[in-house]
Ligand binder design. Structure first.
Ligand code: HEM
Length: 155
């Protein structure tokens, strides 16, 4: 089925990406992870389905996973909704400049037993078949600080 025309500015993201990342935060031991990300268009619909899974580089143990939808929201604008099995839900608004997507949470909600997260910033940059992202969060009593940086290749 044809790509919905509203998705053309986001078409550079479509595909499956694999690579490695590094994680950090003032409260955790630095860690390394392997990651697979996929952005797939909804059939004829104006959204990209986003899925992500990771595992520990050293032990192979599954780490974080998350799922969501990236939605074009008018010229140069984008919205993202994400759910995490750790009880965290993010709603972002942001922009697209060329192949750079920058997102800042409008709302972060957590379930009663989840870790406290109040703000998230996500930057995704695609250069040909290379995708790099970084994520900062305000969590567990700290302000916005980097939690993740990764580089993935289109498969
Ligand atoms: C590639 C994706 C991610 C990986 C591999 C990852 C991995 C980790 C690891 C290994 C830890 C330390 C051990 C632990 O507490 O479980 C951690 C802590 C944490 N992560 Fe992530 N994480 C990811 C994404 C996220 C995202 C998207 C958020 C929130 C928006 C998040 C929020 C947190 C919080 C709140 C903590 C606990 C900090 C603390 O209790 O001191 N993580 N993460």
């Amino acid at each position: 089925m044809d790509l919905h025309p509203d998705l053309e500015p986001l078409a550079f993201l479509i595909g499956t990406w694999q690579g490695w990342g590094h994680g950090d935060y003032p409260t955790v031991e630095p860690f390394d992870y392997e990651e697979e990300i996929s952005f797939q268009p909804g059939p004829g619909k104006p959204f990209l389905l986003y899925t992500q899974r990771t595992k520990d580089t050293h032990t192979g143990e599954p780490l974080h996973t998350e799922t969501g939808y990236l939605r074009p929201a008018g010229v140069g604008r984008v919205e993202l909704v994400i759910a995490q099995p750790t009880g965290i839900a993010e709603i972002h608004t942001g922009g697209v400049d060329g192949t750079h997507v920058h997102l800042r949470s409008a709302v972060v909600e957590v379930t009663p037993t989840a870790k406290d997260v109040s703000d998230v910033e996500r930057h995704i940059e695609v250069d040909g078949n290379v995708l790099r992202y970084r994520l900062a969060m305000a969590a567990v009593g700290h302000g916005l600080e980097t939690h993740l940086q990764a580089e993935l290749m289109r498969r």
